[in-house]
Design a protein around this ligand. Structure first.
Ligand SMILES: Nc1ncnc2c1ncn2[C@@H]1O[C@H](COP(=O)(O)OP(=O)(O)OP(=O)(O)O)[C@@H](O)[C@H]1O
Length: 315
């Protein structure tokens, strides 16, 4: 059985009449990269603050590595590194000086802190800028230094709130790549929040879709796609050469066909069987010249639209 690193047990956070998080149950496995996705105001930050023990759930319990987050916040803090959406550094100090300071504040000797700082600066691909003042860093560079800063404390879990916000596409790519590496090479458990599904899906083992305080669905992208298409129906794109306008009528009489739509170029045929064999046989036996019979899966944009409908969409 997989070891659970973060467990949210039926947690609710009520702010006066507003329920920011509503009876949330979720487990994140050790070594997993999990993306908490949702539009602005969904309750992602509130959930993160509860995991960090910074705010108490109104109901329910949070455990990190088996430790109760509210009762033992200091022990949780020792295991978790948190990257807020805006990292605070001493701007007139260099990158490496900032990291060494963090190391020393966490009980390392100067030599140990320096060694560890150099190691992590290299890992986050920032050694070229280690002697530069942080005030001169771009936002993407600050985020990477922020990660190195967290790693100075040897955490088991890294939590990041909207880590890609305000970074250019190249910087985002570098940061996501780095996050994936940290999980793969160092076995870190990583939780990140985002409202950009297409970005984080590249690196997340699983994502949870969070809207108005509730987790609507979670799983890997394939599972989410399957859930969207209910359990058994499959969608096919069909193009025939000799469409004699009776196709829709004929096809809709087939028992395995649930729906047929025309998108101006092709038919989208939803069938309730796993195998497309019957559909192919239908075209052949009815003398249609079949140009395309392609099984479609829902794209990320579809997932986003479906699940986030009704939620406030961020950009
Ligand atoms: N301290 C607070 N007091 C009252 N309401 C709050 C407080 N913090 C958050 N909320 C409300 O809780 C809801 C969830 O907010 P939260 O910041 O967790 O969402 P989010 O998904 O992180 O969105 P964003 O990306 O915009 O920060 C919102 O309606 C917000 O207004």
């Amino acid at each position: 059985m997989e070891e659970k690193m973060i467990q949210l047990k039926n947690i609710t956070k009520q702010y006066k009449e507003n329920k920011a998080v509503n009876h949330l149950n979720l487990s994140i496995n050790k070594g997993e990269v999990f993306g908490l996705l949702g539009p602005n105001g969904a309750g992602k930050s509130t959930t993160i603050y509860m995991i960090l023990g910074l705010t108490e759930p109104t109901e329910g319990e949070v455990y990190v590595d088996g430790i109760h987050a509210t009762n033992k916040p200091i022990e949780v803090k020792q295991r978790v590194g948190f990257l807020p959406d805006n990292v605070g550094f001493y701007e007139d100090m260099t990158g490496i000086e900032n990291l060494i300071l963090t190391g020393k504040l966490n009980g390392l000797t100067n030599a140990e802190a320096e060694k560890r700082a150099m190691h992590w600066l290299e890992q986050v691909r920032m050694n070229h800028a280690s002697a530069k003042k942080v005030g001169e860093y771009s936002r993407g560079m600050k985020q990477r230094l922020g990660l190195a800063d967290i790693l100075m404390k040897n955490p088991e879990v890294v939590i990041m709130d909207e880590p890609t916000l305000g970074i250019d596409p190249k910087g985002i790519h570098e940061l996501l790549d780095l996050i994936k590496n940290l999980s793969e090479e160092h076995g870190l458990t990583i939780l990140l929040s985002s409202h950009q599904l297409h970005q984080v899906q590249q690196i997340c083992d699983r994502v949870g879709i969070f809207v108005k305080g509730e987790l609507l669905a979670y799983g890997d992208i394939e599972e989410l796609q399957r859930k969207l298409l209910d359990e058994t129906s499959i969608l096919y794109k069909v193009i025939v050469k000799n469409d004699n306008h009776q196709l829709v009528e004929r096809l809709s009489m087939e028992s395995y066909v649930d729906s047929i739509d025309w998108d101006g170029e092709a038919y989208h045929v939803k069938v309730n069987r796993e195998d497309g064999g019957e559909l192919a046989r239908f075209f052949v036996s009815n003398q249609y010249d079949l140009l395309t019979l392609q099984r479609l899966s829902y794209g990320l944009d579809d997932i986003y639209q479906r699940y986030f409908q009704g939620g406030e969409m961020g950009d």
